[in-house]
Design a protein around this ligand. Structure first.
Ligand SMILES: [Ca+2]
Length: 339
């Protein structure tokens, strides 16, 4: 405010100088001592001008005060509006979070009711069997939005020991390499009608319900054996797909017990319980301990016997560490499945 007043005064003075200078420049230059009457007239006129300017200044100063008041009032008004807007935003935010909460509760309720009425939903080959699909072959499981699981092609065994089995692994042709990295074992690889690994994420999804694992083996002489585990579950990726099995039955011998409670390892992820790198030595992805009592994702050796190393598709309890099996199938089914 002081600054503005000062500028106005300066303006007034310069106007005054300009006016007196411009009014009679010749006269001033020409006569250094003007006559008495003329001098008094000039003083009078200057006085009038000063008075006029003073009143103008007072007027301007008054106007400025009013303007400042108005500006101040406007600022207060804006501030009030701002507070109101802020209040509305807070209100909207709390409403949004409330709606979010309700959506979460609804999702949980839907998930629970879906689990309760599991006879309607299709989770695996057992669900399909329950819907009277009785022919073994390739089926599509619908995507599971709650688990974030995409649509999935599976092979269903609808015949063995009552059917309803979802295959998680098969070895029979021998052209697909099983020496793969973590990501490939995570997502799965191979052909669902030939040799494949379903994928650790999918196996995790399938074994979220209490599950049975059945392993079927065949040697190059055409003999078959099986091992069944009444309890089978695989952790999620954060838990390195840790294997938990129990309740063995069968005629192949229990060559998975040694791998119980171990994490999954691949060529680029050594999670085994050994100073050695088992996945590299055994050339597969598996729940390696230190290292194997079975190696179902090992190297396919035609005609079984091999002496190079214990890298074949082995089940020690049946054919030992140097005999690669001709055929393997690993399959899961919910515990308490009724054919
Ligand atoms: Ca190791």
């Amino acid at each position: 405010m002081a600054k503005i007043s000062f500028s106005i005064i300066a303006l007034g003075i310069s106007l005054l100088l300009l006016e007196t200078g411009a009014q009679n420049p010749k006269k001033r230059l020409a006569t250094s001592k003007p006559p008495k009457g003329q001098c008094c007239d000039e003083v009078r006129s200057l006085k009038v001008q000063v008075a006029n300017l003073t009143s103008l200044l007072a007027e301007l100063s008054q106007k400025q005060k009013t303007d400042m008041k108005n500006v101040f009032r406007q600022i207060l008004e804006l501030d009030k509006q701002d507070q109101q807007l802020e209040g509305r935003v807070t209100e909207a935010e709390s409403k949004y979070s409330e709606i979010n909460n309700r959506v979460e509760i609804m999702q949980l309720q839907t998930l629970q009711s879906a689990t309760q009425t599991s006879s309607d939903a299709i989770y695996d080959c057992a669900s399909l069997y329950g819907k009277s699909y009785r022919i073994s072959g390739e089926y599509k499981l619908p995507k599971d939005e709650f688990l974030g699981a995409p649509e999935l092609s599976v092979y269903c065994d609808m015949e063995t020991n009552g059917g309803g089995w979802t295959l998680i692994q098969r070895r029979k042709i021998g052209l697909t390499s099983f020496s793969r990295d973590w990501k490939q074992y995570k997502n799965g690889f191979g052909s669902i009608r030939g040799d494949f690994w379903l994928g650790n994420d999918h196996i995790y999804r399938l074994t979220r319900q209490p599950s049975t694992l059945r392993i079927e083996l065949e040697d190059w002489e055409g003999q078959t054996r099986y091992a069944e585990y009444g309890f089978f579950t695989v952790g999620n990726e954060l838990n390195s797909y840790k294997l938990l099995i129990a309740n063995y039955s069968g005629n192949a011998g229990d060559s998975l017990r040694y791998h119980n409670n171990t994490n999954f390892s691949t060529m680029n992820r050594d999670n085994d319980k050994c100073v050695d790198d088992c996945a590299a030595l055994r050339k597969g992805g598996y729940w390696y301990n230190c290292c194997t009592d079975s190696n179902l994702n090992g190297v396919f050796h035609r005609y079984g016997a091999h002496t190079r190393s214990a890298e074949g598709i082995t089940w020690y309890a049946w054919h030992g560490p140097n005999y690669s099996l001709k055929r393997v199938e690993m399959k899961v089914r919910p515990v308490g499945f009724q054919p």
